[in-house]
Design a protein around this ligand. Structure first.
Ligand code: ZN
Length: 213
C-alpha cells in the first residue's frame, strides 16, 4: 500500500477528533505530505469506520494516485498550504467551537498566552471564502505564512507542522487558546504579551520536557 505509514497515522488521529471535541460528525480533515505525494482523509466517511486503505493518496496537483474514495472537499486547501509552506508536512483542519467563535470577533488571535509562540506569533484569521474553493485555499495559505496555525473566518481552524503528531497537538493548543481568549474577552479587554516575551517563551519551550538520553 502506497504511504502505508502515513495512512495509518492519519487513521490514528482521525479517530481522536470527535472525542477531543475538535469536530462534530464527519467535519474536519487530516493530511500528510511525503515527497510528491499527499495522503488525505476521504469526504464524508465516519471517523470510527475509517481504515488505512480508505485514506486517499494524491499527487500535489490533486490527481489520484491510490484513492478508492472521493477526497475531502478541502483537498485544494491542503495542497495550497503544502505548495507555499516549506515548514509544513502535515495538516489538521477542524471546526472546533472556540476557534470558530474567535473568527467571528477578530482578524487575529492576539498574544494572550505564551503558547502563541508555538505558532510563530499571533494567529491570523483568513478572510471568509466558501468551503472547498480555490479562494479559501488561497486565503488560508496566505494566513499561514510564517505560522503553524490559522483561523478560517466563519469556518474553523487549521494547523500545520512537520509531523501529524505536532499538528494535532497544535490543534488542541489552538482550541485551548481560543477558549481562554473568549473567557477573558467576555468580561473585559484581554492583556497581551510583547513580541519579545513571545520570542523568549519559544526559547524556553524548545528545551521543555525530559532531556534526551
Ligand atoms: Zn472545514
Amino acid at each position: 500500500m502506497v504511504l502505508e505509514d502515513a495512512r495509518q497515522e492519519i487513521v490514528k488521529f482521525a479517530r481522536r477528533l470527535r472525542a477531543d471535541g475538535l469536530v462534530a460528525g464527519t467535519a474536519g480533515n487530516l493530511s500528510i505530505r511525503h515527497g510528491d505525494l499527499v495522503a488525505v482523509t476521504p469526504s464524508g466517511v465516519d471517523y470510527d469506520e475509517m481504515s488505512p486503505p480508505a485514506i486517499g493518496v494524491h499527487a500535489l496537483d490533486g490527481s489520484a494516485v491510490d484513492a478508492p474514495l472521493a477526497p475531502t472537499t478541502e483537498l485544494p486547501m491542503h495542497l495550497a498550504v503544502y505548495e507555499r509552506s516549506d515548514h509544513i508536512d502535515a495538516i489538521v483542519h477542524t471546526h472546533s467551537p472556540a476557534a470558530t467563535a474567535v473568527t467571528l470577533l477578530v482578524d487575529e488571535l492576539p498574544s494572550i498566552h505564551y503558547y502563541v509562540s508555538l505558532f510563530g506569533g499571533p494567529i491570523r484569521v483568513a478572510p471568509y471564502a466558501r468551503f472547498g474553493t480555490a479562494a479559501l485555499a488561497d486565503s488560508c495559505a496566505a494566513a499561514l505564512r510564517d505560522r503553524k496555525g490559522a483561523l478560517l473566518e466563519h469556518h474553523g481552524a487549521l494547523t500545520g507542522a512537520a509531523t501529524l503528531d505536532e499538528a494535532y497537538t497544535l490543534a488542541l493548543h489552538l482550541e485551548w487558546l481560543c477558549d481562554v481568549y473568549l473567557r477573558a474577552r467576555a468580561v473585559g479587554e484581554p492583556k497581551r504579551l510583547t513580541e519579545e516575551q513571545i520570542a523568549a517563551a519559544l526559547v524556553g519551550l524548545e528545551g521543555y520536557g525530559q532531556p534526551a538520553r
